[in-house]
Design a protein around this ligand. Sequence first.
Ligand code: GLC
Length: 754
Amino acid sequence: MSSHPPTNDNAMAVRQRAEGLLRRMTPAEKVGQLTQYFYFGSVSDQESPDGSGPLPQPDVIEAALRRGEVGSLLFVTDPAETNRLQRIAMEETRLRIPLLFGFDVIHGYRTVFPVPIGMAASWDMQLIERVQSIAAREARAVGIHWVFAPMVDIARDPRWGRMIEGAGEDPYLGAAVAVAQVRGFQGDAVGQKERLISGPKHFAGYGASLGGRDYDEVNLSDYELWNVHFPPFEAAIKAGCGNVMSAYMDLNGVPATGNNWLFSQVLRKTWGFDGFVVSDANAVRDLVTHGFARDLSNAAVRALNAGVDMEMAIADPAFESLPSALESGQFSENDLNASVLRVLEAKVRMGLFENPYVDQSRAEEVLGDTRHRTESRIAAERSEVLLRNEQELLPLNVHEWSSIAVIGPLADSKRDTVGPWVFDFNQDETITVLDGLREKAGDRVTISYAPGIRRAHRAFPSMFDMFPGNIPDQQPDFDDDVEFQRAVKLAADADVAVIVLGEWQNMIGENASRSSLELPGRQLDLLKAVVGTGTPVVMLLMNGRPLDLRWASDHVGAILDIWYPGSMGGHAVANLLFGDVSPGGKLPFTWPRSVGHIPMIYSHTTSQQPEKQAHRYWDEESTPLYPFGHGLIYAGFEYSRLSLDRSSIRAGESLRVSVDVKNTGYREADEVAQLYIHQRYGASSRPVRELKGFQRISLSAGEVRTLGFTLGPDELRYWNAASKVWTIDATTFDVWVGGDSTALLSTSFEVADS
Ligand code: GLC
């Protein structure tokens, strides 16, 4: 191997190096490069997270590694362990090909950021890119090369727990967030210093699982795939992501992981993706479970032929049977070689042949960088969404009030503050809501605390139970009635009550779907009792999906959605409640009134009798509790002078939109100006509104700023289900600009017949 890795822009040199190695490889070694194992090390004595049986023992994996039959490992995060395993690959195998280490760094590694749905609520792409670049820096410092993120699945059914991992319901916002994350993780291209390979997932359509039940089948029309679920993936690929992960479930009757149309036609032929594809965990073996593959050998062949390059295996990889399947001519060696080359090229680009090891001495220095925690606090401040603020209860009037009662076990739970998909975190460093309020209040305000209800409502075993701190204690000595009354009394005696409610972190995420959106356990009872004291109440919501807030939205003075705010969550919440910072977040999804209204989206078509849109149900208004893009601020914004530089264009041309935004409040604040369009007629019925532009801006009190947006082919086209091509109709478009999807300021323009 030469001493200087080829730079990213000379793809030929990268390919030549990989081909030189490929020529020397046996079929078993080739398949080895396509095999990735979970390596849990110390917790390997437990059951596999997917219930498929015992985890493979480390010595079994290391023996396979020495035979050259392992190309990648995941879940190794100790730099010393990474180096030990890498040394086996580099010194005890025939070809000395370095291992690729992958991990789920979804919202931070050592520094935990708000969960992805919360980051999306910031509508701040620069922030998201910065946050993921920090996550990449910390992960790379411990020897991780590849991240299974961003999760870009569009989710429109909040019963599906993995909504928390994505960017919500909208393809335009989802695509922007996908690009920001890929760029944050990778930089401009695969192989940059302190960056990772980014692997958007799960391709494709996973967020539309039947009934919101994780892993259940997905049936989506081409119209929905091309117009709603594909755009974030296409955007991630155009941003240069080095990897894509397959989805678990059946898509229109064909398992995504065995779906040649997805990987060969869409991903590679249509979008030109040249990175490598990895299956989700055991998803190749599961092609047998799906009733798709005859046996494991058939599963392996069909996954490879579909375009899946690497198998992520918890144990007993199906790919083990590929060498014999090759001999019996079940697939061509050219296809095998193409997959191996893509994996080798990723390793070449990452410079692993020249620098296979991680600098253990530097890891602690990077992880200890306090600038990362500052960014986490800023990210939490900018992601939180003020849903309701009656009589401007917020910011808290600490000049008049001298006592705050903090209620609810989530206020004092470090584990829940960091949220799911965090396997190991620094407890001492994690600032809960209670910590943050106590620190902020100092001796100015008395902070009292009572949980009121038990810490954890165990909905069902979580796939992460095998990691420390994930199995909530049952608090056998907790006296429910005494504690409940104590909390209510505390609220009654205080000037204001801050109650923290929501889902326990193991109630949401993977394998955590719910058939209801209600606040768990006795939380609503506690809320009603606290409100019943007459003390003004601020409700802080910890969640990753919309929950049933019908009672709260009528009776609670202020509601702030803080998501799972991450390591510095408590500081961010205190700054927002005390008014140092104004909330600026906006909802990345439509908030349904209850589970019975699902799916509820803003970008529906006019369809039939639109005048009755709000009354489709006999028993309840069929409108959102809070609209897509909603979020209040500690100020006011006024939109005016909406204008277009052209009133008519031809298909393929663009026009500029201009609008003035004024901060009519008394203080500086952020606003997310959102642009929506509607096509009045054409070859398809199109949504009543579609997000096609947004800008987050900071304005001082009284400041006016003119914003510009462009509307062109990318914004005006849609995939036409009848003609099966991207289409721009000759039509009239309405344009709205405002602070959420109900914006009223509007204008229109024509697309003339070409
Ligand atoms: C999980 C998830 C996937 C994750 C992978 C590795 O089952 O579906 O998102 O990246 O396994 O943990």
